[in-house]
Design a protein around this ligand. Structure first.
Ligand SMILES: [Zn+2]
Length: 182
């Protein structure tokens, strides 16, 4: 149900997003100055400006990151903020962004556990209120399947607020319940 909303301003952006922008080295002056030139060529919707910044940050993170774990961690922060904005402010499910978020967190988990020394798979964690994903509860999938990211039916997710299914690392165990060392 579309609600009548007050037009959001650059002040609103500053009030709500400064802690996020600061994580990426942007200060209030940068945000305001850049907004002035950005709006010269287009209708001034601050929401669009924020999407521009999100995409810019993803792009820059891809180009400037030298540490692979830091790259995935920063991507995660950006995706999380995009999803939250899409869901809370724009009232959409954002499942396409959520899918990219999950893929990134699988990459992050693999990189962070590169030296773990045991064999592992991934398991799917689903909330009880998502009918489309219920049958996947505790399902074990391989690392390769987790990277392919086709198991969770993101686009069919029935949750009004959008999919929240997660992929989590699950060490393999032998028949005696012991970890399998590589
Ligand atoms: Zn779901």
């Amino acid at each position: 149900m579309p609600r009548k909303k007050k037009k959001k301003t650059i002040d609103w952006l500053i009030q709500n997003y400064m802690p996020f922008f600061e994580k990426f080295g942007m200060n209030e002056g940068n945000i305001i100055r850049h907004h002035k030139s950005w709006k010269e060529n287009r209708p001034d919707y601050v929401e669009d400006y924020l999407w521009f910044i999100f995409n810019h940050l993803l792009h820059e993170n891809g180009h400037q990151s030298e540490d692979i774990i830091g790259f995935y961690e920063r991507n995660e922060i950006i995706y999380r903020e995009m999803i939250s904005f899409r869901r809370r402010i724009e009232g959409k499910k954002a499942n396409e962004i959520y899918k990219a978020y999950n893929r990134n967190s699988v990459e992050l988990a693999i990189e962070s556990n590169a030296d773990i020394g045991v064999e592992y798979d991934f398991t799917i964690i689903t909330p009880s209120d998502c009918e489309a994903c219920q049958h996947l509860t505790n399902k074990i999938i391989s690392k390769k399947e987790a990277l392919e990211n086709d198991t969770i039916p993101y686009e069919k997710c029935a949750r009004k607020q959008g999919c929240v299914c997660l992929l989590s690392i699950m060490p393999r165990r032998d028949e005696n319940g012991r970890l399998i060392f590589i």
